[in-house]
Write a protein that binds this ligand. Structure first.
Ligand code: UD1
Ligand code: MG
Length: 452
């Protein structure tokens, strides 16, 4: 059987006004990815699946994000915000190309799954001209109500137009719909705006399909999957739902989490076998954690790869571009950025490692710092295999520390150190015998010291 072709139109026009934000609504993140990217990840993909995103005027950032998430996307501008049916018709050119299935999704429902789109499309294969996604709302206020006869939808009544009796209905329209591509334009173009808001409601498609004597069906899903985000509070609720899903998936994949409810994951976090994540860890986008690694409590990790059996934290901060080899140990209050640490490197305490490559099995002492920035540019540090960087050293980049080299504690290293050399940069220590006793005598005149 050849696959049915599809076109998905994602409606994403609108500002962040109700979010009280300068950022457009669909660019707000859930689990490290924009709302729009979540939706675009769930809609059909592949050779037979075309994709269109409808944006408002002056929404270059939304266009850019759509293209980042799905490079093949075609974007359309809805110049005036006249309703969801009007928004769909902004993509008329793409719809007119005539896919078998036309899917409409909203850019602000990030929890929607690929399976749900597949279920809607299956209803079209079974002969429906329209499949509407419905859900039972705990509080249906604001949603369009699905009016049904038996299990067939008769109409969708927007909250503003609904009677008191209709407002008591808790079966609601999620917004996602699937149309038979052959009839879609005819149906959507016949939608008018004779309602209280003078908007072209896509939901009127249900009545039109019925009047045409075609079949419409409702496919039900859970409220959690179709939460629409209009406010920051709803954004936080969606984050909770998404985190619960990601934690469950991580546990199912064999990750050990002592207190999963305190661990924050990103949608793209990947895990090897036997990974342990202790309580209160925050993982941002672009993180991979290999077999046997342990992330101790209170660590914060973004765009980093963590090698097999590596130990990170507690209180470690791995910033973008960190790559840790096997058995690397990053201890408390160590920060890394744009750095590659080869197998067996140890940086156990109080360090900053930026724009640095560290060869295998080197030891970075407590408080050792790479000085990678002079206020103007960033410079790199190269540390050879098996080197020892003493406590509280400053490595002023650009600088190279040779293999097996040894840096004495407290040194400020500004010149390259050859392989197996010892570098020391401090003034010679002085000893004055009895000096402390004489100092006390001078200060107290022989009285007993008070000790502060
Ligand atoms: C819509 C549905 C309602 C459903 C609810 C589910 C209609 C008329 N109503 O209502 O039945 O219960 O979603 O959350 O469809 N958009 C545009 N251009 C426009 C208008 C909207 O692109 O002119 C986009 C928005 O960015 C948003 C989506 O369409 O992503 C839905 O619009 P919104 O205004 O949130 O519709 P609701 O009133 O929530
Ligand atoms: Mg809405």
């Amino acid at each position: 059987m050849t696959a049915r072709s599809s076109l998905t139109v994602v409606l994403a026009a609108g500002e962040g006004t109700r979010m009280r934000s300068a950022t457009p609504k669909v660019l707000h993140p859930v689990a490290g990815e924009s709302l729009l990217a979540h939706v675009l990840a769930a809609v059909p993909k592949g050779a037979e699946a075309a994709l269109a995103v409808v944006v408002g005027p002056d929404q270059a950032a939304v266009v850019q994000e759509a293209k980042r998430a799905r490079p093949e996307v075609q974007t359309f501008v809805q110049h005036e915000r006249l309703g969801t049916a009007h928004a769909v018709l902004a993509a008329r050119e793409a719809i007119a190309r005539g896919a078998d299935d036309l899917l409409v999704a909203f850019g602000d429902t990030p929890l929607i799954s690929a399976q749900t789109f597949a279920r809607l499309r299956a209803a079209l294969t079974d002969g429906a001209a329209l499949a509407v996604l419905g859900f039972r709302a705990v509080d249906p206020t604001g949603y369009g109500r699905l009016l049904v006869e038996g299990n067939r939808p008769v109409a969708i009544r927007e909250h503003a137009e609904a009677s008191t009796a209709e407002r008591a209905i808790n079966l609601c329209n999620a917004g996602v719909m699937a149309f038979d591509g052959a009839r879609a334009l005819e149906i959507i173009e016949s939608i008018g705006n004779a309602n209280s808001r003078r908007e072209y409601y896509l939901t009127d498609a249900v009545g039109i399909v019925r009047d045409l004597g075609l079949e419409a069906v409702v496919i039900e899903t859970s409220e959690d999957e179709v939460r629409g985000i209009n406010t920051k509070a709803q954004l936080a609720e969606a984050e909770q739902v998404m985190q619960a899903r990601l934690r469950q998936a991580a546990l199912d994949a064999g990750v050990t989490m002592i207190a999963p409810e305190t661990v924050y994951l990103a949608a793209d976090t990947t895990f090897g076998k036997d990974v342990t994540i202790e309580p209160f860890v925050v993982i941002g986008p672009g993180v991979s954690i290999a077999d046997g690694a342990v992330i101790h409590s209170f660590s914060h990790i973004v765009q980093s790869s963590i090698g097999k059996q590596a130990l990170v934290g507690p209180f470690a901060r791995l910033r973008p571009g960190t790559s840790l080899g096997e058995r690397v140990r990053i201890g408390n209050f160590v920060e890394t950025k744009a750095s590659v640490l080869d197998a067996g490197v140890k940086a156990n305490h109080l360090s900053y490692i930026g724009n640095t490559h560290i060869g295998a099995n080197s030891n970075i002492g407590a408080g050792a710092i790479t000085c990678n920035y002079d206020g103007f540019g960033k410079y790199t540090t190269e540390i050879g295999e098996g080197a020892f960087v003493g406590t509280n050293s400053s490595l002023v980049a650009p600088v190279k520390i040779g293999k097996g080299a040894y840096i004495g504690s407290g040194s400020v290293i500004t010149r390259d150190v050859p392989d197996d050399a010892m570098a020391m940069e401090r003034t010679a220590q002085t000893i004055r015998e009895g000096g402390a006793a004489r100092y006390r005598e001078a200060k107290t005149g022989g009285k007993k010291p008070t000790n502060g």
